[in-house]
Design a protein. Structure first.
Length: 243
Protein backbone atom coordinates (compact mmCIF):
# COMPACT_ATOMS: atom_id res chain seq x y z
CA UNK A 1 0.00 0.00 0.00
CA UNK A 2 1.38 3.42 -0.94
CA UNK A 3 1.81 5.78 2.00
CA UNK A 4 1.21 9.52 1.65
CA UNK A 5 3.39 12.07 3.43
CA UNK A 6 0.87 12.44 6.28
CA UNK A 7 0.94 8.66 6.97
CA UNK A 8 -2.87 8.64 6.91
CA UNK A 9 -4.69 5.47 5.89
CA UNK A 10 -7.64 5.18 3.46
CA UNK A 11 -10.10 3.78 6.01
CA UNK A 12 -11.85 5.40 8.98
CA UNK A 13 -11.68 4.49 12.64
CA UNK A 14 -15.37 3.59 12.32
CA UNK A 15 -14.38 0.90 9.78
CA UNK A 16 -11.97 -0.53 12.35
CA UNK A 17 -14.66 -0.47 15.02
CA UNK A 18 -17.07 -2.35 12.78
CA UNK A 19 -14.53 -5.09 12.06
CA UNK A 20 -13.86 -5.78 15.74
CA UNK A 21 -17.56 -5.68 16.49
CA UNK A 22 -18.09 -8.36 13.84
CA UNK A 23 -15.46 -10.70 15.27
CA UNK A 24 -15.95 -9.92 18.97
CA UNK A 25 -17.78 -13.20 19.64
CA UNK A 26 -14.85 -15.30 18.36
CA UNK A 27 -11.97 -13.05 19.48
CA UNK A 28 -10.98 -14.92 22.65
CA UNK A 29 -11.42 -18.41 21.20
CA UNK A 30 -9.30 -17.61 18.16
CA UNK A 31 -6.52 -16.11 20.28
CA UNK A 32 -6.56 -19.16 22.54
CA UNK A 33 -5.56 -21.27 19.55
CA UNK A 34 -2.21 -19.43 19.52
CA UNK A 35 -2.15 -18.66 23.23
CA UNK A 36 1.61 -18.57 23.74
CA UNK A 37 2.21 -16.17 20.85
CA UNK A 38 -0.78 -14.04 21.85
CA UNK A 39 0.20 -13.71 25.51
CA UNK A 40 3.82 -12.92 24.65
CA UNK A 41 2.73 -9.32 24.07
CA UNK A 42 1.71 -9.00 27.72
CA UNK A 43 4.75 -10.77 29.15
CA UNK A 44 7.20 -8.70 27.12
CA UNK A 45 5.48 -5.38 27.74
CA UNK A 46 5.57 -5.85 31.52
CA UNK A 47 9.38 -5.90 31.29
CA UNK A 48 9.38 -2.34 29.97
CA UNK A 49 6.49 -0.44 31.57
CA UNK A 50 8.37 0.25 34.83
CA UNK A 51 5.18 0.36 36.87
CA UNK A 52 4.97 1.86 40.35
CA UNK A 53 2.39 2.16 43.11
CA UNK A 54 -0.57 4.39 42.21
CA UNK A 55 0.66 4.96 38.67
CA UNK A 56 -2.12 5.62 36.17
CA UNK A 57 -1.94 3.31 33.17
CA UNK A 58 -3.77 3.74 29.88
CA UNK A 59 -4.27 0.44 28.05
CA UNK A 60 -5.27 1.30 24.47
CA UNK A 61 -6.78 -0.63 22.85
CA UNK A 62 -7.86 -3.07 25.51
CA UNK A 63 -9.86 -5.73 23.56
CA UNK A 64 -10.85 -8.32 26.20
CA UNK A 65 -8.80 -6.50 28.89
CA UNK A 66 -6.37 -9.37 29.40
CA UNK A 67 -3.53 -6.87 29.77
CA UNK A 68 -5.31 -5.51 32.87
CA UNK A 69 -4.50 -8.76 34.70
CA UNK A 70 -0.82 -8.66 33.78
CA UNK A 71 -0.51 -5.02 34.85
CA UNK A 72 -2.05 -5.64 38.27
CA UNK A 73 -0.01 -8.80 38.76
CA UNK A 74 3.12 -6.75 38.07
CA UNK A 75 1.99 -3.81 40.24
CA UNK A 76 -1.10 -4.28 42.39
CA UNK A 77 -1.30 -0.56 43.14
CA UNK A 78 -1.57 0.54 39.52
CA UNK A 79 -4.72 2.33 38.36
CA UNK A 80 -5.67 0.98 34.94
CA UNK A 81 -7.99 2.57 32.39
CA UNK A 82 -8.86 0.24 29.51
CA UNK A 83 -9.83 2.11 26.34
CA UNK A 84 -11.47 0.26 23.45
CA UNK A 85 -13.14 1.35 20.21
CA UNK A 86 -15.32 -1.76 19.77
CA UNK A 87 -18.54 -1.89 21.80
CA UNK A 88 -18.66 -5.61 21.05
CA UNK A 89 -15.30 -6.25 22.64
CA UNK A 90 -16.21 -4.07 25.61
CA UNK A 91 -19.14 -6.41 26.23
CA UNK A 92 -16.84 -9.43 25.91
CA UNK A 93 -14.47 -7.93 28.47
CA UNK A 94 -17.34 -7.09 30.83
CA UNK A 95 -18.50 -10.70 30.76
CA UNK A 96 -15.04 -12.11 31.48
CA UNK A 97 -13.69 -9.37 33.76
CA UNK A 98 -16.61 -7.37 35.18
CA UNK A 99 -14.32 -5.53 37.59
CA UNK A 100 -12.23 -3.67 34.99
CA UNK A 101 -12.48 0.04 34.25
CA UNK A 102 -13.39 0.50 30.57
CA UNK A 103 -13.82 3.59 28.42
CA UNK A 104 -15.40 3.56 24.94
CA UNK A 105 -13.44 5.35 22.21
CA UNK A 106 -15.17 7.01 19.28
CA UNK A 107 -11.95 7.70 17.40
CA UNK A 108 -8.22 7.22 17.89
CA UNK A 109 -7.59 10.80 16.81
CA UNK A 110 -9.26 12.37 19.87
CA UNK A 111 -9.06 10.50 23.15
CA UNK A 112 -11.60 11.27 25.92
CA UNK A 113 -8.97 12.04 28.57
CA UNK A 114 -7.44 15.12 30.17
CA UNK A 115 -3.98 16.44 29.45
CA UNK A 116 -1.26 14.67 31.45
CA UNK A 117 -3.62 12.07 32.91
CA UNK A 118 -1.43 8.93 32.60
CA UNK A 119 2.03 7.95 33.82
CA UNK A 120 2.22 4.92 31.59
CA UNK A 121 0.68 4.09 28.21
CA UNK A 122 0.39 0.57 26.80
CA UNK A 123 -0.56 0.26 23.13
CA UNK A 124 -0.47 -3.30 21.84
CA UNK A 125 -1.20 -4.00 18.15
CA UNK A 126 -3.15 -0.80 17.63
CA UNK A 127 -0.98 1.59 15.59
CA UNK A 128 -1.41 -0.50 12.43
CA UNK A 129 -5.20 -0.06 12.59
CA UNK A 130 -5.68 3.63 13.27
CA UNK A 131 -6.81 5.88 10.44
CA UNK A 132 -4.39 8.67 11.38
CA UNK A 133 -1.24 7.36 13.15
CA UNK A 134 0.19 10.86 13.67
CA UNK A 135 -2.96 12.11 15.41
CA UNK A 136 -3.09 8.96 17.55
CA UNK A 137 0.50 9.26 18.78
CA UNK A 138 0.02 12.97 19.43
CA UNK A 139 -3.02 12.13 21.55
CA UNK A 140 -1.04 9.57 23.54
CA UNK A 141 1.57 12.28 24.06
CA UNK A 142 -1.05 14.80 25.18
CA UNK A 143 -2.75 12.57 27.76
CA UNK A 144 0.53 11.41 29.36
CA UNK A 145 2.57 13.08 32.08
CA UNK A 146 5.99 14.69 31.39
CA UNK A 147 7.77 11.63 32.83
CA UNK A 148 5.51 9.12 31.08
CA UNK A 149 6.63 5.97 29.33
CA UNK A 150 4.99 4.47 26.25
CA UNK A 151 5.27 0.77 25.44
CA UNK A 152 3.95 0.03 21.97
CA UNK A 153 3.93 -3.10 19.83
CA UNK A 154 2.91 -3.63 16.22
CA UNK A 155 3.66 -6.02 13.37
CA UNK A 156 6.27 -4.87 10.82
CA UNK A 157 5.64 -4.50 7.10
CA UNK A 158 7.38 -7.84 6.54
CA UNK A 159 4.50 -9.58 8.36
CA UNK A 160 1.88 -8.90 5.69
CA UNK A 161 2.57 -11.98 3.57
CA UNK A 162 2.96 -14.36 6.57
CA UNK A 163 -0.28 -12.94 7.97
CA UNK A 164 -2.15 -13.67 4.74
CA UNK A 165 -0.74 -17.20 4.56
CA UNK A 166 -1.65 -17.88 8.21
CA UNK A 167 -5.18 -16.53 7.71
CA UNK A 168 -5.66 -18.64 4.58
CA UNK A 169 -4.50 -21.82 6.34
CA UNK A 170 -5.92 -21.36 9.83
CA UNK A 171 -8.60 -18.67 9.64
CA UNK A 172 -8.84 -16.58 12.80
CA UNK A 173 -10.48 -13.26 13.62
CA UNK A 174 -8.53 -11.40 10.93
CA UNK A 175 -7.05 -7.93 11.26
CA UNK A 176 -9.65 -5.91 9.44
CA UNK A 177 -8.47 -2.52 8.14
CA UNK A 178 -4.72 -2.38 8.74
CA UNK A 179 -1.36 -1.41 7.39
CA UNK A 180 1.70 -3.03 8.90
CA UNK A 181 4.35 -0.34 9.24
CA UNK A 182 8.08 -0.82 8.84
CA UNK A 183 10.06 -0.12 11.99
CA UNK A 184 11.70 2.75 10.13
CA UNK A 185 8.32 4.40 9.61
CA UNK A 186 7.29 3.81 13.23
CA UNK A 187 10.47 5.49 14.44
CA UNK A 188 9.83 8.42 12.12
CA UNK A 189 6.33 8.76 13.54
CA UNK A 190 7.73 8.90 17.08
CA UNK A 191 10.08 11.71 16.09
CA UNK A 192 7.23 13.65 14.52
CA UNK A 193 4.94 13.34 17.55
CA UNK A 194 7.20 14.18 20.48
CA UNK A 195 8.27 10.69 21.55
CA UNK A 196 11.90 9.70 22.12
CA UNK A 197 12.65 6.05 21.37
CA UNK A 198 14.80 4.38 24.03
CA UNK A 199 14.38 0.71 23.13
CA UNK A 200 13.35 -1.39 20.15
CA UNK A 201 13.17 -5.16 19.87
CA UNK A 202 11.85 -7.62 17.29
CA UNK A 203 10.06 -10.63 18.77
CA UNK A 204 8.04 -13.75 17.82
CA UNK A 205 9.86 -15.27 14.88
CA UNK A 206 7.70 -18.43 14.96
CA UNK A 207 4.15 -17.85 16.29
CA UNK A 208 3.18 -21.52 15.86
CA UNK A 209 4.92 -24.86 16.26
CA UNK A 210 6.50 -26.89 19.08
CA UNK A 211 7.43 -24.86 22.17
CA UNK A 212 11.07 -25.91 21.96
CA UNK A 213 11.33 -24.71 18.38
CA UNK A 214 9.64 -21.41 19.20
CA UNK A 215 12.07 -20.78 22.08
CA UNK A 216 15.03 -21.58 19.85
CA UNK A 217 13.73 -19.16 17.24
CA UNK A 218 13.50 -16.39 19.86
CA UNK A 219 17.09 -17.00 20.99
CA UNK A 220 18.18 -16.79 17.36
CA UNK A 221 16.25 -13.55 16.90
CA UNK A 222 17.78 -12.02 20.03
CA UNK A 223 21.26 -12.48 18.57
CA UNK A 224 20.37 -10.32 15.59
CA UNK A 225 18.55 -7.38 17.16
CA UNK A 226 19.24 -4.20 15.25
CA UNK A 227 19.54 -6.03 11.93
CA UNK A 228 17.10 -6.81 9.12
CA UNK A 229 16.67 -10.28 10.65
CA UNK A 230 14.99 -8.80 13.73
CA UNK A 231 12.49 -7.14 11.40
CA UNK A 232 11.19 -10.63 10.57
CA UNK A 233 9.76 -10.94 14.08
CA UNK A 234 6.02 -10.47 13.74
CA UNK A 235 5.75 -8.33 16.89
CA UNK A 236 8.02 -5.31 17.18
CA UNK A 237 8.29 -3.63 20.58
CA UNK A 238 9.07 0.05 21.03
CA UNK A 239 9.64 1.85 24.33
CA UNK A 240 9.50 5.66 24.37
CA UNK A 241 9.63 8.59 26.76
CA UNK A 242 8.45 12.12 26.06
CA UNK A 243 10.91 14.51 24.46
Amino acid sequence: MRVNSSHKNPWSDKDVEQHWDRVASIYVDENDKVKAAHDQRFIESMKHLNLFDNCRVLNVTSRDCEANEYILKSEAGAKVVNAEISAGLIKVAQAIRPYVNQVKLDTYSKLPFENGEFNRVLSLETLEHVSDPVAFLKELHRVSTPDARLVLSCPPATSEIPYRIFTFLFGGHGEGPHRFLSSKEVKSLFQDTGWKLIFHKGTVLLPVGPDKLQRAAEKFLDKFQGTFIAEQGIRQFFVCVKQ
